[in-house]
Design a binder for this molecule. Structure first.
Ligand code: CUA
Length: 339
């Protein structure tokens, strides 16, 4: 090959590689990892992508070079030179891919093994999926159930899945792994959260009409704050005092993000003012206790005028335990009478 030809080959390769690398690197394809496992998985992804970019650039460069330099003149009807292989080249383009594919296999196997390796003091969380709700319970805290997945930063967490009906799939993009919940099976997933924050929990298996709405949140907390929450909640929810138990359920399920309730120090106004529940019950023509229960379990049965339907989640009837629901109803009835 002439020196000029090699220079133009390299030039084309650099341009093609630059464009492919820019597309790969500068577009935000992946969420920022929030677990050690996701960080390792991202590493494997970029390891493979970089190899692909290099191979892609070489192939495109050779292709473009051949198209430009070996194009036959329009009036050239002669046969090309009789070429018979090139042993050196054959060995090269067999050996290099073999080495690369083996390297990808080894890196992947190491990452898989490390992602499954549980640390000490594993936190177990039972995840229940049903149409169309996630709920999370903590066996080490007397089965405390939460509608959000709260986790401590830096600790090994083993999620154990149960489906009550059809196949769902658990996914927190920032944690980097998915797990199908198959009825009758109890698969597990190991994660080690390593970034504080709130992340979406998504169902990624078409599971029925409410599939798109089957969402929750994962909240990664400082270990001390998590332990405080866990112990405080499990103690509070089982308290015989409805003000304590119901107050904990109210806070735990984020009711204060949308509603006003003086007793809970909540002052949001997305949904109806819960200090006015006795007045609303009267407008709906129902007894206060029954009205409050219905509004939690089946919020669309009666919607306060001037508030839209379908904003209040229709899932609390499923995600709250009977004990929690009773406590919450009692708490709301008592607090609103005072309010
Ligand atoms: Cu559950 Cu989709």
């Amino acid at each position: 090959m002439r020196r000029g030809s090699i220079a133009s080959l390299v030039g084309i390769g650099v341009v093609a590689g630059g464009i492919a690398a820019a597309v790969a690197v500068f577009l935000p394809w992946l969420p920022t990892p929030a677990s050690r496992e996701a960080g390792r998985i991202d590493f494997v992804f970029w390891f493979v992508v970089v190899i692909c970019i290099v191979i892609f650039a070489i192939v495109v460069a050779v292709l473009l070079y051949a198209v430009i330099h070996f194009r036959a003149a329009p009036d050239d009807d002669s046969d090309g030179p009789p070429i018979h292989g090139h042993t050196g080249l054959e060995i090269t383009w067999t050996l290099i891919p073999t080495v690369l594919v083996t390297a990808i296999g080894i890196v992947s196997a190491i990452v898989l093994a490390r992602d499954d390796a549980q640390g000490k003091n594993v936190l177990r969380v039972n995840v229940t999926a049903e149409q169309f709700v996630w709920s999370f319970s903590y066996p080490d805290a007397k089965g405390l159930t939460s509608a959000t997945l709260r986790l401590p930063k830096g600790r090994s967490v083993l999620l154990r899945f149960t489906s009550k009906d059809v196949i769902h799939s658990f996914w927190v993009p920032e944690f980097g792994q998915k797990e199908d919940t198959v009825p009758g099976l109890h698969p597990t997933l190991h994660i080690t959260p390593d970034r504080l924050g709130k992340f979406p929990v998504v169902c990624t298996e078409l599971c029925g009409l409410g599939h798109a709405l089957m969402r929750s949140r994962a909240i990664v907390m400082q270990p001390a704050a998590f332990n405080k929450w866990l112990h405080g909640q499990s103690k509070a929810v089982s308290s015989p005092n409805p003000a304590v138990a119901g107050g904990a359920v109210f806070k735990n399920n984020g009711c204060g993000a949308c509603h006003t309730l003086t007793a809970a120090g909540a002052s949001a106004n997305v949904g109806p003012d819960l200090d006015k529940l006795p007045q609303y019950a009267q407008q709906a023509g129902q007894a206060l206790d029954a009205f409050v229960r219905q509004s939690i379990v089946d919020p669309n049965a009666y919607v306060q005028p001037n508030y839209p339907k379908n904003v209040m989640p229709q899932t609390f009837g499923k995600s709250l335990s009977k004990q929690e629901l009773d406590a919450l109803v009692q708490y709301l009835v008592d607090s609103s009478k005072k309010g």
